[in-house]
Design a protein around this ligand. Structure first.
Ligand SMILES: C[C@@]1(CC(=O)O)C2=NC(=C\c3[nH]c(c(CCC(=O)O)c3CC(=O)O)Cc3[nH]c(c(CC(=O)O)c3CCC(=O)O)/C=C3\N/C(=C\2)[C@@H](CCC(=O)O)[C@]3(C)CC(=O)O)/[C@H]1CCC(=O)O
Ligand SMILES: NC(=O)c1ccc[n+]([C@@H]2O[C@H](COP(=O)([O-])OP(=O)(O)OC[C@H]3O[C@@H](n4cnc5c(N)ncnc54)[C@H](O)[C@@H]3O)[C@@H](O)[C@H]2O)c1
Length: 152
C-alpha cells in the first residue's frame, strides 16, 4: 500500500475534507499553502477551524458528508472517524479520485507523509501506513541533522 511517492501541484484543484475535528484541521493547515480549493464538510467544527478559515480559500459546509459533496473532488480526505461517512465515501467515490484515509487506512489510495520543507529541498517520509509515529521520528531526526549538509 502507498508504494509510489509523488509530489503534487494542487493549485486551484478541488479538495474535500470530511470531518471538522483536530485531524481534519491538521490536514487543512497542511493543504492550504498549496492553493487548493478546499471544502470542509462536517456537522460540527472544532473552534480552531472557525478562527483560522475566514479570509482563506476554504469553504465550510455544516452538514453530514453526502455524495454531492465529493462528486467533483480531485482529492478527498476522510478524517471524521464516522462509519456513516466512511461508508458513504466507499459507496460513492469514483475509482479515479485520490482518497486519503486519515481515519481508516484500510480504505484509500493516498497517505500524507511526514514532511520536512526547506528552501532548497522537500523531504517526505512514509512508512506505507505502518507507523506514522516512526515517519514523524525520522522527519525530526532529519531536521536535527540538516545543518550538517549545508556545505553540499
Ligand atoms: C505522518 C503524518 C502526516 C499527517 O498526518 O499529515 C501521518 N500521521 C501522523 C501522525 C499520527 N497519526 C496517528 C497518530 C497517533 C497515534 C500514534 O502516536 O501512533 C500520530 C502521532 C501524532 O499525531 O503526533 C494515528 C493515525 N494515523 C493514521 C490513522 C488511521 C489508521 O491507521 O487507520 C491513525 C489512527 C489510529 C487509531 O486511532 O487507531 C493514518 C495515517 N497517518 C498518516 C500520516 C498516513 C500514513 C503515513 C505513513 O505512511 O507513515 C495515514 C495512513 C493516512 C493519513 O493520515 O494520511 C503525521 C505525522 C506528521 C508530522 O508530525 O510530521
Ligand atoms: N491520520 C492521522 O494522522 C490520525 C491521527 C490521530 C487520529 N486519527 C483518526 O482520525 C479520526 C478523526 O479524529 P479527530 O480527533 O479529528 O476526531 P473528532 O471527534 O475531533 O472530529 C470528528 C469530526 O467529524 C465530524 N463528523 C462526524 N460525523 C460526520 C459525518 N457523517 N460527515 C462529516 N463529518 C462528520 C464531526 O462533526 C467532527 O467535526 C479518528 O478516526 C482518529 O482515530 C488520525
Amino acid at each position: 500500500m502507498y508504494d509510489f511517492p509523488v509530489f503534487l501541484s494542487l493549485s486551484d484543484m478541488p479538495v474535500v475534507i470530511i470531518g471538522g475535528g483536530k485531524i481534519a484541521f491538521r490536514k487543512a493547515v497542511k493543504l492550504e499553502p498549496s492553493g487548493a480549493d478546499i471544502t470542509v464538510v462536517a456537522p460540527e467544527f472544532h473552534a480552531d477551524f472557525e478562527q483560522w478559515a475566514p479570509g482563506k480559500k476554504i469553504t465550510m459546509i455544516k452538514d453530514k458528508a453526502r455524495p454531492e459533496h465529493i462528486s467533483g473532488a480531485f482529492l478527498i480526505i476522510s478524517a471524521s472517524g464516522s462509519r456513516e461517512a466512511i461508508n458513504m465515501l466507499k459507496a460513492h467515490h469514483s475509482p479515479n479520485q485520490l482518497i486519503n484515509g486519515a481515519d481508516d487506512k484500510t480504505f484509500g489510495n493516498t497517505a500524507f507523509p511526514a514532511v520536512l520543507k526547506e528552501k532548497e529541498f522537500h523531504i517526505a517520509v512514509s512508512t506505507g501506513g505502518r507507523s506514522p509515529r516512526l515517519a514523524k521520528a525520522i522527519k525530526n531526526h532529519l531536521y536535527s541533522i540538516k545543518n550538517q549538509l549545508r556545505h553540499l
